[in-house]
Write a protein that binds this ligand. Structure first.
Ligand code: PEP
Ligand code: MG
Length: 849
C-alpha cells in the first residue's frame, strides 16, 4: 500500500471519496460494495487503499463529464496499479465486470520486473492489454485466441494484435487508461440491455451504479502469491464449514473458473490445500473471516489476494445460500449471540420456507420445460404419466411413481391423487378441486396448463413446443414454479431440521395472530399438528366423502327423493361422520376444531361417465336410464352459485341435522377419554340472517336432544362462513346469531370479481402478464376490492358483537401479504392448508416484530 496523504472531505476532488472509517459512504449513494469495504476498513482489516465514486459521479461520467483523474491517481501515488469494480445497490442486479491492472505500461512493466520478475510483470501487462482491448476498446475477444504464452512472448503478440486492430499504439498514460475504463463501465451500466436485465431482477428504472477504484494487491509474483474466496458456512446446507478455492499466481476470480487447478482451502483428501501450502496466511484469513462474521453480523464470502505471503482482503459479499442454508445461518448467528432471535426471524423470507417443506428441483439443474400452468401446490415430483385414477392406483401397486394427468379432477380422482406423486391438469386455478386437495395433501400440483394439449382418452399429451408425451413417459411436476419438465432432474429433499424447528419456536413467541389449519382428514390433522397449527379452522366435511367407499353413500343421499330414502341414506352416513369427528377431536387433543357443514357443489359429486352412472344405478337398484335422467334433472346452469352450502341446509334440513348429531355425539365420545371438546360448527355460503336464524334453532334442538339422550352436557360454538358479498355487507345483522365469523375468500373473490375460480386458470396468465391484475386474486388477496369487503364485514360484525372471533379460511390465509391485511383489520387467526402453516407462523411473527 502507498502512503499518499488522505483526502480531506470537501477538498480537491469532491466526486471521489477515499474510503476511511469516517468517510461519508452510504449504500444508497455509493452502492453496497463501497459500503461493505468501508465496514472492512473500520474493522482494521488489510483492505488495499480504495476510493468510491458515487452513483451521481458515475452517471456524469457516462454523460462524458469526468472527475479529476490526476487528482484521483495522486491519492494512490505514482506507479500504483489499480482495479475498478462495480458497486450497485444490490449485487444481484449485476453490473460490468471488474477491470484489473490499470496503470500497466512499458515503464511500469520494466519497474515491476525488477520486483517480481520479468515474466510475472509481463503476465500482468498482458492481462491488462486483453481486458482493455475487449471491454474498453470493444475489440473482438478472439483477437487473442492464438496467444498461449502468458509471459513476455505472449505480451508482444498481444500488443501487436491490439495495435493492428485498434490502429493505434496501446495507451501508456495511466490517467488516460483509468478515464477510459471508468467511462466504459459507466456506459455499460446505462445500456438498454443491461437496464432490462437488471429490471428483470427487480431493480428500479433509475438504479444507479457506483464504482470503486482500488489499489491492486498482486496475486502474481515472488513468494506465495495468488487469489481466492473463502467462506465459513456451506452455501447449500448452512453448516459451519470452511469452503472456497485458492489459485496460486492468479488474480480476481480465476480460482473459481471451471477447470482451474485451484487448491482447496482446508486439508482435503481430493488434493493439496492452502492450509498445507501457506499455513500462516490460511490462519490469518480464517481470523479475518471470523471477525467479519462477528462484526458484520452475517456470513460473508471473502475475496482475498495473497501477495508474497501477506493476506489482503479485497471484498466481502453475503454468502449465497439456499433456503435451508438461510435458516441455519440465521439460527446459528442468533445462537452464537451475534444477532437477536427476532432478527433471525426477520431475515428469512416466509415464501422461501415453502421450499423446505417439500422436495424441490435442485437449484442450478437444467430444466427441459414442456409446459406451464398455475403453481397450485408446491414441491416437485417425478413419475410416469398416467391418465386415470385407476391407472395411478395400479402404478402405485407396482411401486412405480406416477403423475396423474387429467383435464380437471373431481372426487372420483381423489384415490388416484393419493396414489400419484403429483398432479397435472389442463383446467383450473388456485382454488380448483385439484389445487385445494393437492395442497391439503402436500402433493405437488400444476393446474390450468392450457397451452399443452391434453388427449386424456387417447392417452397422450402434446407439450407447448409440440413434443408428444405418452402414457409411461417420465415427466416432472414443479408445483413451486408451475413448470412441467421432461425427464427426471436432480432433486433436493425437504429439510425440517433442528434449525427450522428452532426458528419456528422463536416465531411463535413473537406472533400475535393465531394460525390454524384447513384439515379434512386424520392425515391432514396429523400434518397440521406436526406443523404446530393451533387447531383446525376449516374442516370441509364433503371432502370426507372422496374415498371410493364413501362416494356412493354420499351420492345416494344427494339422490334420495323420498323422505324415507333420504333417512336411510343419512342413517348410513351418520356413523361414518361420528367416527370421522371423534378421530379429529382426538388428534387435536382439545384444540379447537371448526367443522363446516356440507357445502357440496353438487356437480362435483355426480357421476359424469358411463361407469360412474352404472355404479350408482347398481347401488340404488335402478335402471341406468333412470339414474341418467335424475342426474340430468339435478344439473344446474351454474352449480357454484346453485344449491350449495347453507341452501342445502335450508331446503333439506335433515342433512345438517345428521351432521350436527354426529358432531355432538363425537364431542361426548372424544371428551370421555381426553380433554373436553368444544366443537365449532360453521354454516357455509350464508347470504341472509334468516338462514342462520333457522339453522341455529335446528342445531340447538339437536344439541338438546343429544344431551338428553346421553345425559351429559357440552358446549358448542356456531359460526358463519362469510363468503358472499352480501354477508359482508350485512355482517352486523348476521353476527348476533353467531360466536364467530370466518371469511371464505375463495368464494368471496369469485363472487366479487364475478370470476369462476375453476375457469380463471385458463386466462389468468394473460391477465397478469398484461397488468390487468397485479397477481392472481385467488392467490394474493385483492386488498382493494375483496379486502374492502372484508374490512366492512369485520367492522360491522365487531360493532354489533365486540367479542366476536374473526378469521380467514380461504387459501389466502397462508399468504404472507394477505396475513398482514387480516392482522391489520383485527382478525384473531388465519387458517390455511397444513403445509402452509409454517409460512403463516413465520409471516405472522415478522408482522409483530
Ligand atoms: C372459501 O370459499 O374461501 C372456502 C374456504 O371454501 P371452499 O374453498 O371450500 O369453497
Ligand atoms: Mg367456499
Amino acid at each position: 500500500m502507498n502512503d499518499a496523504a488522505p483526502q480531506k472531505p470537501g477538498e480537491a476532488n469532491p466526486h471521489v471519496t477515499l474510503i476511511t472509517p469516517s468517510a461519508p459512504i452510504a449504500t444508497p449513494t455509493h452502492g453496497g460494495r463501497a459500503k461493505c469495504l468501508q465496514r472492512l476498513v473500520r474493522l482494521d482489516l488489510p483492505v488495499p487503499r480504495t476510493v468510491a465514486l458515487s452513483f451521481g459521479t458515475v452517471h456524469r461520467i457516462a454523460s462524458g463529464e469526468l472527475p479529476d483523474i490526476r487528482a484521483m491517481l495522486d491519492i494512490f501515488g505514482a506507479g500504483a496499479l489499480l482495479c475498478v469494480r462495480p458497486s450497485s445497490e444490490d449485487p444481484d442486479w449485476g453490473g460490468p465486470g471488474a477491470i484489473l491492472n490499470i496503470g500497466m505500461n512499458d515503464a511500469s512493466c520494466a519497474l515491476l520486473a525488477e520486483r517480481i520478475g520479468a515474466e510475472a510483470a509481463a503476465c500482468l501487462y498482458l492481462r491488462f492489454v486483453q481486458a482493455y482491448a475487449i471491454h474498453v476498446e470493444r475489440l473482438d475477444a478472439d483477437l487473442f485466441d492464438e496467444i498461449e504464452d502468458p509471459g513476455e512472448e505472449g505480451l508482444a503478440a498481444a500488443m501487436a494484435a491490439y495495435e493492428e486492430e485498434a490502429e493505434a499504439p496501446f495507451p501508456q498514460d495511466p490517467a488516460h487508461q483509468l478515464a477510459q475504463v471508468l467511462r466504459s463501465m459507466a456506459r455499460a451500466w446505462e445500456g438498454t440491455t443491461a437496464r432490462l436485465l437488471r429490471q428483470a431482477k427487480g431493480a428500479p428504472m433509475d438504479a444507479g451504479l457506483g464504482l470503486v477504484v482500488q489499489e491492486m494487491a498482486l496475486g502474481i509474483g515472488r513468494g506465495e502469491c495468488g487469489s481466492g474466496v473463502l467462506q465459513l458456512a456451506d452455501s447449500d446446507t448452512g453448516l459451519r464449514q470452511i469452503t472456497g478455492r485458492y489459485l496460486s499466481q492468479s488474480q480476481g476470480r480465476e480460482a473459481l473458473e471451471q477447470g482451474s487447478p485451484a487448491l482447496f482451502l482446508t486439508c482435503d483428501p481430493r488434493g493439496p490445500s492452502l492450509e498445507e501450502t501457506a499455513p500462516e496466511a490460511f490462519k490469518a484469513l480464517c481470523g479475518f473471516a471470523e471477525t467479519m462474521r462477528n462484526r458484520l453480523r452475517e456470513e460473508m464470502q471473502i475475496e482475498f489476494t495473497i501477495e508474497n505471503g501477506a493476506v489482503h482482503i479485497l471484498d466481502g459479499v453475503r454468502v449465497r445460500r439456499s433456503a435451508r442454508a438461510a435458516v441455519r445461518i440465521a439460527v446459528r448467528l442468533a445462537e452464537d449471540g451475534i444477532i437477536p432471535p427476532q432478527e433471525a426471524i426477520l431475515r428469512i423470507d416466509p415464501h422461501a420456507i415453502t421450499e423446505l417443506l417439500h422436495r424441490q428441483v435442485a437449484p442450478g439443474t437444467r430444466r427441459d420445460v414442456i409446459g406451464r400452468g398455475v403453481a397450485a401446490s408446491p414441491g416437485a415430483a417425478t413419475g410416469k404419466i398416467v391418465f386415470s385414477a385407476a391407472e395411478a392406483q395400479a402404478s402405485a401397486a407396482r411401486g412405480e411413481a406416477c403423475i396423474l394427468v387429467r383435464r380437471e379432477t373431481s372426487p372420483e380422482d381423489v384415490r388416484g391423487m393419493h396414489a400419484a406423486s403429483a398432479v397435472l391438469t389442463e383446467r383450473g386455478g388456485m382454488t380448483s378441486h385439484a389445487a385445494v386437495i393437492g395442497r391439503g395433501m402436500g402433493l405437488p400440483c400444476v393446474v390450468g396448463a392450457a397451452r399443452m394439449k391434453f388427449h386424456v382418452t387417447r392417452k397422450f399429451l402434446v407439450a407447448e413446443d409440440g413434443r408428444t408425451l405418452r402414457e409411461g413417459d417420465v415427466i416432472t411436476i414443479d408445483g413451486s414454479s408451475g413448470q412441467v419438465l421432461a425427464g427426471a432432474p436432480a432433486m433436493v429433499e425437504a429439510a425440517l431440521d433442528d434449525a427450522f424447528q428452532t426458528l419456528m419456536g422463536w416465531a411463535d413467541t413473537w406472533r400475535d395472530i393465531g394460525v390454524r389449519a384447513n384439515a379434512d382428514t386424520p392425515d391432514d390433522a396429523a400434518t397440521a399438528r406436526n406443523f404446530a397449527a393451533q387447531g383446525i379452522g376449516l374442516c370441509r366435511t364433503e371432502h370426507m366423502f372422496f374415498e371410493a367407499d364413501r362416494l356412493t353413500p354420499m351420492r345416494e343421499m344427494i339422490f334420495a327423493d323420498a323422505p324415507e330414502d333420504r333417512k336411510a341414506a343419512l342413517a348410513r352416513i351418520l356413523p361414518m361422520q361420528r367416527a370421522d369427528f371423534t378421530e379429529l377431536f382426538r388428534i387435536m387433543e382439545g384444540m379447537p376444531v371448526c367443522i363446516r357443514l356440507f357445502d357440496p357443489p353438487l356437480h362435483e359429486f355426480l357421476p359424469t361417465d358411463r361407469a360412474g352412472l352404472r355404479d350408482l344405478a347398481e347401488a340404488l337398484d335402478l335402471p341406468v336410464s333412470d339414474v341418467t335422467r335424475r342426474v340430468e334433472s339435478m344439473g344446474e346452469y351454474n352449480p357454484m352459485l346453485g344449491l350449495r352450502g347453507v341452501r342445502l341446509g335450508i331446503t333439506v334440513p335433515e342433512i345438517y341435522d345428521m351432521q350436527a348429531r354426529a358432531i355432538f355425539e363425537a364431542t361426548l365420545d372424544a371428551s370421555r377419554d381426553g380433554a373436553p371438546v368444544v366443537p365449532e360448527i360453521m354454516l357455509p355460503l350464508v347470504s341472509a340472517k334468516r338462514e342462520v336464524e333457522l339453522l341455529r334453532a335446528r342445531i340447538d334442538a339437536v344439541a338438546a336432544a343429544v344431551k338428553a339422550e346421553r345425559g351429559r352436557g357440552f358446549d358448542y360454538r356456531l359460526g358463519v362462513m362469510v363468503e358472499t358479498p352480501r354477508a359482508c355487507l350485512r355482517a352486523d345483522e348476521i353476527a348476533p346469531y353467531t360466536q364467530f365469523l370466518s371469511f371464505g375468500t375463495n368464494d368471496l373473490t369469485q363472487m366479487t370479481y364475478g370470476l369462476s375460480r375453476d375457469d380463471a386458470g385458463r386466462f389468468m396468465s394473460d391477465y397478469v402478464s398484461q397488468g390487468v391484475f397485479r397477481e392472481d386474486p385467488f392467490h394474493l388477496l385483492d386488498i382493494e376490492g375483496v379486502g374492502e369487503l372484508l374490512a366492512i364485514g369485520a367492522e360491522r360484525a365487531r360493532q354489533a358483537c365486540p367479542g366476536l372471533t374473526l378469521s380467514i379460511c380461504g387459501e389466502h390465509g397462508g399468504n404472507p401479504e394477505s396475513i398482514a391485511f387480516c392482522r391489520a383489520i383485527g382478525m384473531d387467526y388465519v387458517s390455511c392448508s397444513p403445509f402452509r402453516v409454517p409460512v403463516a407462523r413465520l409471516a405472522a411473527a415478522q408482522l409483530a416484530i
